[in-house]
Design a protein around this ligand. Structure first.
Ligand code: HEM
Length: 180
């Protein structure tokens, strides 16, 4: 996972729970990097999961809830570094399509070592969008958080449902977003 995500996780923890919390997370985890992150580097995925686990233990949050909360906070930070041209989208469904078709494509061009999720759009109406989330990382709850952060950003009220979830025995993860 790219260093930017770790740098932002550090910021998220410090803003939400303070510097002492970040330090106690580092003390509770055995990270090959020592917890010193820079944006341009790539770190082992296990480090993000170890930190999320430590957050969930220390803050009594389910790990999925911790991923979701971080994703929701992170959206505006990723939006700020998104390629020019995507800032015209002010709708959750249009933006999600742009993530798959433009944003993550550009991110991959700039950083060939990134591993980005694939979204396969299955159905869209005026009020509902359903897509399959594919990634070996199975971060579908982090994905939910990013979508909630996006909705806040564009001032739309939505709900997110995990119609199928690989963590619950399904063979794939399918997410449905409803506009309320
Ligand atoms: C609602 C909007 C977005 C959604 C739903 C989304 C979804 C995701 C998810 C779920 C991941 C975790 C990796 C995985 O699942 O394998 C991810 C990673 C990432 N995304 Fe997005 N994303 C969004 C917007 C953006 C934006 C605006 C940027 C800006 C450049 C961005 C850049 C990245 C980067 C750099 C990573 C880390 C990849 C890696 O380290 O391998 N995303 N995204």
């Amino acid at each position: 996972m790219k260093g930017i995500v770790f740098v932002k996780l550090n910021e998220f923890v410090e803003q939400t729970w303070g510097l002492a919390c970040w330090e106690s997370l580092l003390a509770a985890t055995d990270l090959p990097s020592g917890g010193i992150y820079t944006s341009v580097m790539t770190y082992d995925d296990n480090e993000i999961f170890a930190l999320i686990d430590a957050i969930s233990k220390q803050k009594s949050l389910h790990p999925f809830e911790a991923q979701k909360t971080f994703g929701q906070w992170l959206f505006k930070e990723l939006y700020a570094i998104a390629p020019a041209g995507v800032h015209q989208f002010n709708d959750v469904f249009g933006f999600l399509r742009a993530v798959q078709d433009v944003i993550h494509v550009e991110v991959k061009k700039l950083n060939p070592d990134v591993l980005l999720p694939e979204f396969e759009f299955l159905e869209e109406t005026d009020t509902a969008l359903t897509f399959e989330y594919r990634s070996p990382r199975k971060m579908n709850y982090f994905c939910e958080g990013l979508i909630l952060g996006l909705a806040e950003y564009v001032d739309q009220t939505i709900t997110v449902t995990h119609l199928l979830c690989e963590h619950k025995g399904d063979k794939k993860s399918v997410i449905r977003v409803d506009k309320c």
